[in-house]
Write a protein that binds this ligand. Structure first.
Ligand SMILES: O=C1O[C@H](COP(=O)(O)O)[C@@H](O)[C@H](O)[C@H]1O
Length: 236
């Protein structure tokens, strides 16, 4: 990686990555608890974080002092297989980690537009900067719910935007979404991008170089920002 503000950590396989990432995030949460008495973690959903969540849940720390929220959510009930909240509860908030307080973005309102004000209040009520934000990346170059062609994408990526949470609709998104906006994601002591597989590694390289259609990938907003150093965790 030519950019000195991007640190690339590569692992042989998913279990090795999950162990290292869980150790890193647990360390950040412990630092936050030691310094401020509490810590806040914002995580992604999708399929990639499952192993990481399982390993993080097994870390010894004062989970009752941790708040966990999402960087984005699909606007579905928690009983849906597509719910990121469901994933966090099933894989991360288990055992001792069940003592953490979960702050969901989904409110049960009919639409993300209708639920957005409440979701904003929830995020505004959290202490910031976050201790850690863990992002994922989709095969279409989205991160959080910054989807190519998203109806609120320009607003969500505005580096000077003041609104921490926005609804998002896009053809490739599957369902209506709600997402933290870029300035909220970057308001963190540690920013981590967790990706797995050779295709995502190639996509990341293309996005970093701004090559071809990757020049338009929303994830570039995270890769090119200068507010907070980025740690990339990758395995084949
Ligand atoms: O829809 C989403 O997708 C991305 C990437 O998911 P993955 O299944 O490719 O790991 C995820 O980061 C985001 O939180 C989620 O809502």
């Amino acid at each position: 990686m030519p950019d000195p503000r991007i640190a690339m950590y590569s692992f042989d396989d998913g279990p090795a990555l999950a162990a290292a990432l869980a150790g890193r995030v647990a360390g950040l949460l412990r630092e936050g608890i030691a310094a401020r008495g509490a810590a806040v973690l914002a995580v992604s959903g999708g399929s990639t974080p499952v192993r990481f969540f399982e390993r993080l849940a097994r870390q010894a720390l004062a989970w009752d002092k941790v708040r966990v929220t999402l960087v984005d959510e699909r606007w579905v009930d928690e009983d849906s297989e597509r719910s990121n909240a469901r994933l966090v509860k099933a894989q991360l908030l288990q055992g001792a980690a069940a003592a953490a307080r979960f702050v969901p973005l989904y409110t049960g309102a009919d639409t993300p537009e209708a639920g957005c004000a409440e979701a904003r209040q929830r995020i505004r009520a959290l202490p910031r900067p976050f201790d850690a934000v863990v992002l994922g990346m989709g095969a279409d170059g989205h991160t959080a719910s910054f989807f190519p062609g998203g109806d609120r994408l320009v607003e969500a990526l505005d580096p000077d935007g003041r609104v921490p949470v926005l609804p998002m609709r896009a053809a490739g998104a599957g369902e209506p979404r709600i997402t933290l906006a870029l300035p909220a994601l970057l308001d963190t002591r540690a920013l981590i991008l967790h990706i797995e597989g050779a295709p995502k590694r190639a996509l990341l390289a293309a996005a970093l170089e701004g090559r071809g259609e990757a020049a338009q990938y929303p994830v570039r907003a995270v890769l090119t920002q200068r507010r907070v150093p980025l740690e990339v965790y990758w395995c084949p």
